[in-house]
Design a protein around this ligand. Structure first.
Ligand code: FMN
Length: 203
């Protein structure tokens, strides 16, 4: 027996928090951007996924207008890092509603490192950096989907699958160990992984 919550009947905000506690776990895009004046910005966004396979495009959602969105509109570039358990506290600090112009790398004690193709910095401590060029911004309700073409996937050697290292290297989930966002103020630790070969239909 399921209990139904009819969105139109709910007090404001409850529908949203029901969704964020239900669509779980969500990976966290730690988005690095630069303002038009060159001030660095870093903020976590858990409405994050792959939008297109070819060309490779990722998307995250800015719920309302925020500095990250304004920066990307102004400069057309951003970098996405992943958050590991040791970085969760720092990522949370970068979610503070600092006024524009605060360098959130400095506030969170995070080291910037240069990117290859874009001006915003990578997070040195994160094992992943996706360097992105803005593809488009789509306004949906009170939110903005930011789509970025991935120009470069940078992965720390330590997270590459040792078995595949000499073929086509890929990250191994058990080494990457990204944390996730759950409902309300909960964060998720990485769970167990298992393999399932996808069946092929045969006439
Ligand atoms: C784990 C986590 C996930 C978040 N996900 C989102 C998100 O998907 N979209 C969003 O607009 N804000 C999200 N936030 C809140 C933003 O990080 C926060 O509003 C931040 O101050 C925005 O920074 P900015 O103004 O520098 O862009 C999240 C916060 C946390 C802690």
């Amino acid at each position: 027996m399921k209990r139904s919550f009819d969105i139109a009947e709910l007090p404001a905000g409850w529908g949203y928090s029901l969704l964020t506690a239900t669509v779980v776990p969500r990976p966290i895009a730690w988005v690095s951007s630069l303002s038009a004046e060159g001030i660095a910005n870093l903020a976590p966004h858990s409405f994050f996924t792959i939008a297109s396979a070819d060309p490779p495009i990722v998307q995250f959602t800015s719920v309302t207008e925020k500095d990250t969105l304004r920066n990307i509109r102004a400069t057309g570039e951003f970098v996405i890092g992943l958050v590991t358990e040791d970085l969760a506290g720092a990522a949370n600090v970068t979610a503070t509603n600092f006024p524009p112009g605060h360098d959130e790398f400095a506030e969170a004690g995070i080291r910037p490192e240069p990117s290859r193709f874009v001006r915003p910095a990578r997070v040195a401590e994160s094992p992943v950096a996706l360097e992105c060029r803005l593809e488009r911004i789509v306004e949906v309700g009170n939110s903005f989907l930011v789509l970025g073409e991935v120009l470069c996937v940078a992965l720390a050697e330590e997270v590459l699958d040792p078995v595949r290292r000499n073929g086509k290297p890929h990250p191994r989930y058990e080494l990457l160990r990204p944390v996730s966002r759950l409902g309300r103020i909960q964060w998720g630790l990485p769970g167990d992984a298992f393999d399932l070969v996808r069946p092929q239909f045969e006439e």
